[in-house]
Ligand binder design. Structure first.
Ligand code: SF4
Ligand code: FES
Length: 287
């Protein structure tokens, strides 16, 4: 017999297959330092770490605070440090952790608001700083002369970076962010590349100025931890390397008067990581 989890709506077997200990880091504003609390949680098949936190809040400790919304790996709200790795709580099966202990902490490299709730203001501020939108000249916007068509192969230059859900787990994993809070970080820089590589965009010049600045791409030491952590199969480390290439081309073009601003070339190597669905078929005819 199956029941539905009241929060996730997932079908759950009601047979308890294991009992695990959730060791949860707790913190409230005004406390000197965080403390850890342990809770015994009965686990059924299909239970995620987010379901475990719901169980604690509903049955053991109603004061536990954490973020979630979609419960299906889409909204990016439930990022946490689970058994020493950055993960989405709603995508992490307790039984697949293969441990009797589930250690849950707030994401490192962010200030903590309360318990497992990080303050993501810096993530969103950095995201805004790279102008994450298509920029066209005003005349074209006001008096468009044609549709902005894009060929499927042009879409593939940046498609994987559009899968970012802004969960911020890549910043949690990044050793440079840990030591330099001003560094723009993998999420924002990968998004900067995403828009620079879009053939409909005319804003690469401004974005590359920011990306090549003190807090930009040259702070990245290519640890690759961001790409390991990304739950959506995005490869932000690759985006940063491609952005470095554009920044160099821009610097060279500035030395030659009247040369055009660099655009992302054909060789981008933006294949998606294995296991990630391929893009849908093109919806416009290429010309
Ligand atoms: S690149 Fe991946 S890990 Fe980083 S914010 Fe986007 S989805 Fe999250
Ligand atoms: S609750 Fe939305 S990604 Fe986990």
């Amino acid at each position: 017999m199956c029941q539905r989890n009241e929060h996730s709506g997932q079908a759950l077997s009601d047979e308890i297959v294991r009992e695990v200990v959730f060791r949860v880091q707790r913190y409230s504003p005004g406390q000197d330092r965080p403390v850890t609390r342990e809770y015994r949680v009965p686990v059924t098949r299909g239970m995620t770490v987010l379901d475990g936190l719901h169980y604690i809040r509903d049955n053991l400790d109603a004061t536990l605070s954490y973020r979630f919304s979609c419960r299906m790996g889409v909204c990016g709200s439930c990022g946490m440090y689970i058994n020493s790795f950055p993960r989405l709580a709603c995508q992490t099966q307790i039984l697949e952790l293969n441990s009797d202990l589930v250690d849950v902490r707030p994401m490192p490299n962010y200030p903590v608001v309360k318990d497992l709730v990080p303050d993501l203001s810096q993530l969103f501020a950095k995201h805004r700083e790279v102008q994450p939108f298509i920029i066209r000249n005003e005349q074209e916007l006001e008096h468009p002369t044609a549709e902005f068509l894009q060929k499927p192969e042009e879409l593939l230059r940046y498609l994987q970076f559009t899968y970012c859900i802004k969960c911020g787990l890549c910043l949690t994993a990044c050793p440079t962010v840990a030591t330099d809070p001003r560094y723009l970080g993998p999420q924002a820089l990968a998004q900067s590349y995403r828009y620079c590589a879009d053939t409909r965009d005319a804003g690469a010049e401004g974005r590359l100025r920011i990306a090549a600045g003190r807090d930009g791409v040259w702070r990245c030491h290519l640890a690759g931890a961001c790409s390991e952590a990304c739950p959506k199969g995005v490869d932000p480390a690759l985006g940063i390397q491609l952005l470095k290439r554009l920044a160099v081309l821009r610097a060279l073009s500035l030395k030659k008067p009247h040369s055009p601003a660099p655009v992302a070339g054909k060789r981008t190597g933006v294949e998606r990581r294995p296991g990630i669905p391929q893009p849908p078929p093109p919806t416009v005819e290429s010309r």
